[in-house]
Design a protein around this ligand. Sequence first.
Ligand SMILES: *Cc1c(COP(=O)(O)O)cnc(C)c1O
Length: 388
Amino acid sequence: MQIKPAARLGLLPPYLFAELDRLKKEVQQKGVDVISLGIGDPDLPTPAHIVARLQQAAAEPVNHRYPDYEGLERFRAAATEWYRRRFEVALDPRREACALIGSKEGIANFPTAVVDPGDIVLIPDPGYPVYYSGCVFNGGEPYFMTLRRPNGFLPDLGAIPAEVARRAKLMWLNYPNNPTAATAERAFLQDAVNFCLKHNIILAHDFAYSEIAFDGYRAPSVLEVDGARECAIEFHSLSKTYSMTGWRVGFAVGNAELIAALGKVKTNIDSGVFQAVQEAAIAGLEGGEETLQRYCAIYQQRRDLMVGALQRLGLECERPRATFYVWAAVPRGYTSASFAERVLKETGVVITPGSGFGKGGEGFVRFSLTVSSERLNEAVQRIQTLRL
Ligand SMILES: *Cc1c(COP(=O)(O)O)cnc(C)c1O
């Protein structure tokens, strides 16, 4: 029999990193010690008190059964209490919060809850690829909002054509941003909420990097903004904050109808987050600020090391206030891919071509700071030998 995958799989973009993966293997086969700054996955361990709580909770039989799809009430209360402390935003844990199997799960499922075939979804470009796949898997029509450097990598809302705004159902934003490491002021979030309310668009804010911030910067939540409760949902992750990418736990908060719609999709697709993981996540949300601060200080040091080296090489890049990425313009005469290839061939360091995050990322590369400081030092030493 001939297997024919669904047509929607054909809507996914070609895998742009295939050539780089091949080259990486080739370089490794030559015996080069390859350092990957390609992936955004923290090397720092999950804080010990969170691990200890999982160990304890895993032994409790009450946690071995199917969890509630929307999350333990205590987990949701810990999430909303954390929002109250961190952002002075009051939320009802029963109606305005929902547990997620990592925020990616919620981001991927949310369009199923709100997007009908033919609806336009406004997607930042460059951006996290799941906004696009979630859109096209549900018959949505993507409209790319290009993030440009002169605009601080914020979308130009005024440039969205009236007809597009009229047909748009959903807008994705993500600040602090992956891949550009840009941050948004509260005034921009207010503009976005006003725009969405005016045009009847649901605003979904991906807030995965809210706590990875430097130099005293505190990222604002979209829910702090006037009118956000009417149109917005925020996707929050424990992955980056507490180095818990493998644990798969996050949550969504915001407009109660949007939370209920997402919950309806989830009851039909998954069966919630392992309760012992929720217990451990509660321990994370309820304390351990010192570890968090220590981790941010480590990322900040790595950022300074990398930004310093890139600027000495003459690459243009900002010193980011948040995220564990550095986003740099490639030198004249290169594309994102050709520069990433040259860096890999000559130094054995893997970096991500910006074009892998969409056309708008062309001309940039992303350096991830999630390897040990020792390895990062080594990578920086090697990169500094490049003659550009
Ligand atoms: C890492 C990441 C996520 C997903 O994190 P989860 O582990 O699924 O919670 C979502 N959005 C962005 C932009 C990310 O970088």
